[in-house]
Ligand binder design. Sequence first.
Ligand code: GDP
Length: 365
Amino acid sequence: MKLGIVGLPNVGKSTLFNSLTKAGAESANYPFCTIDPNVGVVAVPDERLKLLGDLYHSKKVTPAVIEFVDIAGLVKGASKGEGLGNQFLSNIREVDAIVHVVRCFEDSNVVHVDGNVNPLRDIETINLELIFSDLEILERRIAKVAKGARMDKDQAKELAMLERVKERLEDGKLAIGFETEDEDEEEYFKNLNLLTAKPVIYAANVGEEDLANDGADNAGVQAVREYAKETGSEVFAICAQIEEEISELDDEERQMFLDDLGLKESGLEKLIRASYHLLGLMSFLTSGEDETRAWTIKQGTKAPQAAGKIHTDFERGFIKAEVVNYKDLLENGSLAAAREKGLVRMEGKEYVVQDGDVILFRFNV
Ligand code: GDP
C-alpha cells in the first residue's frame, strides 16, 4: 500500500517525508528500509503489539507498514510538461491514496512560489493540474471507445459514462465522488485509474503556535477544512518542522516534548493511522514466542484470504481459524484462560476477520 505525498514546492513535503521515515526507523523494530531516496516504509503505530509481545515473550515484534512516496516537482503547468511534469503525474498514478501537503504557516524566510500563503489557491493549483491530466486520459479513452460504440452496446455504455465524467472534470470538480450507476460503470471507472479519483488527506502544515488547538485559529486551515468537507476528504493540522524535531528524539524525550505541547501523540502517528483507515485497511495479529506481528488486510477480508497473507499454503490448506479478540486475550492473561471462558472461537471459511483479532490458523499442507 502506497501513499504519495504531493504539494507545491516549499510547502514542507520533504520535511514531512524525512520525519516520517526517521520516526519509522526509530519507534519500531521494523527493519526500516529505504527502497529509494523518495520511498520510505513506515510502521503503523499499534500499541496492541507491544502488549501482546510482552504476554508471549516474543523475540520479535513486527508492525504493519505502509509506504510513503515523496513526489516532488508538481508546479503550475505540470500537465503541460512544465517542471518534471508528466513524470510526476505518472508517479501519482501508482499510489493508492494521496497526502496533499498545504502550506498554512507564515515564515518570511521560506519563499512561496506564488508570493504569499494562500492554502485554497494552492490546493486548486495542484488539483487543476491533476484534473487536466485526467481529462487527457479521458479524451484518449473516449476516442478509442467512440469508434466501437456504434456497433457495441458495452462500448456505448462506457462512452456515455466517460462523457459524464468528462463533464464533471470540465466543471472543475474532482472525479472522486462521481456516482456510477451500476457495476459495469464502476468497473469502467476504476479502470481509468484517474488521479482525482484517489482518496486524499490534506495535511495542513501549520506553525507551532497553531498546533495545540488543531489549527482552529488559522483562517487558512479553516478554509481547507471547508473545502475538504465538500469533497469528502480529511484534514490534519500538522507542523512538519516540529515533527522533524520530534522524530530525532528517543521515546522518553518525545513524550516530554509532546506533553509540553499539550499533545497526546505526534501528528505523524495520527497521520499514519488515518492513512491506514483511509485505505480501508485494518490489522489482524498473530502472536507466539518467535514473533508477534500485525498483518494488513482490507476490511471485509475472510479468514482463508487473511491466512494467505501469511503464506499461500495457509490459504490453500485452510481448515479453520482459532480467533480471540486481543483485549480478551490480554485481560485473561493467556489463550488457555480465555478459552476456558469461551472467548476463543473456531471460525470457518466464511468468517470475516475483525480488526484486533488474534488468530491461530489450522491448515493442511
Ligand atoms: P518541499 O519543497 O515541499 O519539499 O518543502 P521542504 O520540506 O523542503 O520545506 C521548505 C522550507 O520550509 C524548508 O526550509 C523547511 O525548513 C521549511 N518548513 C517546512 N515545514 C515548516 C514548518 O512547519 N514551519 C516553518 N516555519 N518552516 C517549515
